[in-house]
Design a binder for this molecule. Structure first.
Ligand code: MN
Length: 501
């Protein structure tokens, strides 16, 4: 279960001593009111904490250092109620290691035309004070989010909430440990990547284990625990009434043993994501399907075939979408439906490992042979995916940097029965259509593995990419191939120059 209970966002108001104590008292009072209301906002899932108004370079630097050292603080919302000369902010912003969101708002909605005087003007200077603060952010080349509008407006609170979710995922990623049971699938290129670079860029620690290390823990599961978990499977999912009498029940018990072992391994090592590979199952009797599905359901990131980048991305997306309607899963673009004259669609699935958080119906638990891997028939959950908007995201390693690719899709109903396809699946139409989306995705180098989500928004991923300081390419209804290719080319130049050597 992922919650934001241990996280805080600090509401930081900038000012200066020029206006005297009376004005500053008013600034503090107004800021407290805003922070209190943002804290209550239904669209902001993280606690918002008021911080005393900062008025000097020393106060600003001390506050930024305090934020860095506060484990609960996942970012700052900054706002200039009055003018706050921005050279005062340089020392603080230079050391600030947490993301910040610049809220460009004003305490009062409307100008009191009949009463407005110079005192009012001096108190309510966001319109130019925030521009001064914005300049120093741009001058220092700082990635930050700018949100504009009245603080009581829904759209403003929603944008702050979106940013807060990205900040939570960013805070979470700083200590994401990914356990890899086996290496990448041999010869596969896109699932590879530089683990040192990933740790420097995102905070991910990627740990490799021999499958024997996992087997040793799996073997510690007691028969009583195995029986109890197998019985829970039968309760939680649709199961054929004959399952108990068939050989499949022993398979199900082995799947339960695997889940108990994997869960114990991940919990003991404090892991938040993991990978498996069907090419390395030494000592395991079946490819873990059900276990991966259930662990994903509980918030673990997952990548198949050793794909640790996607595992970490799925974890980040699970955090961003926590508590929102809709689920998040590991996914793969599997097969196309391209009817003559009709709308081209993508059938997404995997061998087994799709997260039931995206299911439209109660999953059916079944045991079937797997056509690759040469192991026993694995247990897995089958279901259809909820229709409606969703997106796919892919994180790739370009050799010298990372790129995130995001494509909103519309999940559509599957009109036919699929009696011979024993996996969970989703059918979707990508934005703007398959012809442009797939071409853009391929030009961008996007992987076949993705994080698929009905809960995460494009903006959350864009905010997250900004925090990580990586490129984010969006393929949506506005995408046009010639422009997209230009964006890729200019981004290559930008990121080479921005990063330097
Ligand atoms: Mn795959």
């Amino acid at each position: 279960m992922i919650t934001f209970d241990s996280y805080e966002i600090w509401f930081v108001t900038g000012s200066q001593h020029l206006y005297g104590p009376k004005t500053l008292d008013q600034v503090a009072e107004n800021s407290q009111k805003i922070a209190a209301q943002l804290n209550q906002a239904k669209d902001i899932p993280v606690k918002v904490v008021f911080k005393p108004v900062v008025k000097t370079p020393e106060e600003i630097r001390a506050l930024c250092k305090e934020a860095n050292n506060a484990p609960a603080c996942i970012g700052l919302i900054t706002w200039m109620h009055t003018f706050s000369p921005a050279k005062m902010w340089i020392a603080g912003l230079n050391v600030l290691a947490k993301p910040f969101c610049h809220l460009h708002t004003q305490f009062g909605r409307e100008i009191p035309w009949s009463q407005i005087d110079m005192d009012f003007m001096n108190l309510n200077q966001s319109a130019h004070g925030d521009r001064e603060f914005g300049f120093i952010g741009s001058r220092m080349r700082l990635n930050r989010k700018v949100v504009v509008g009245h603080w009581q407006d829904d759209d403003v609170q929603q944008e702050l909430g979106t940013w807060a979710r990205a900040a939570a995922a960013w805070a979470d990623s700083q200590d994401v440990k990914v356990a890899r049971f086996g290496d990448n699938m041999r010869d596969v290129a896109v699932t590879e990547g530089n683990k040192v670079s990933a740790q420097m860029q995102f905070g991910y620690s990627v740990y490799g284990y021999g499958v024997g290390d996992l087997v040793a823990v799996v073997e510690q599961a007691t028969e009583g625990d195995v029986d109890a978990l197998a019985a829970r499977y039968v309760e939680e999912y649709q199961v054929s009434p004959e399952l108990h009498q068939t050989r499949s029940y022993s398979t199900l018990r082995e799947a339960a043993r695997l889940e108990l072992g994997m869960r114990a391994f991940l919990e003991a090592g404090n892991f938040k994501a993991f990978t498996t590979t069907f090419e390395d199952l030494n000592g395991i009797n079946q490819l873990p399907g059900l276990a991966c599905q259930r662990l994903m359901m509980d918030g673990y990131g997952f990548g198949a075939e050793g794909d640790w980048k996607t595992a970490a991305l799925v974890r980040a997306m699970k955090v961003m979408g926590a508590g929102l309607p809709g689920g998040t899963s590991f996914m793969e673009d599997y097969t196309y439906h391209m009817p003559a004259g009709g709308t081209a669609q993508v059938l997404g699935a995997h061998m087994l490992e799709v997260c039931p958080s995206i299911a439209s119906d109660k999953p059916s638990l079944q045991v079937h042979p797997l056509s690759i891997g040469g192991k026993a028939d694995p247990a897995r959950l089958l279901f259809n995916t909820k229709t409606g908007p969703a997106l796919n995201a892919s994180l790739i390693d370009l050799g010298n940097r990372f790129r995130l690719i995001v494509n909103p899709v519309e999940v559509v109903p599957i009109e036919s029965k699929l009696p011979n396809l024993p996996v969970a699946q989703a059918l979707w139409v990508p934005q703007p259509n398959l012809k442009i989306a797939a071409a853009a995705w391929i030009y961008a180098g996007g992987a076949h593995h993705t994080g698929f989500s009905q809960a995460v928004s494009v903006e959350m991923l864009q905010d997250f990419a900004d925090m990580a300081e990586i490129e984010c390419l969006l393929i949506d209804n506005k995408t046009e191939i010639a422009e997209f290719k230009k964006e890729i080319r200019s981004n290559h130049v930008y990121y080479s120059l921005a990063r330097g050597l």
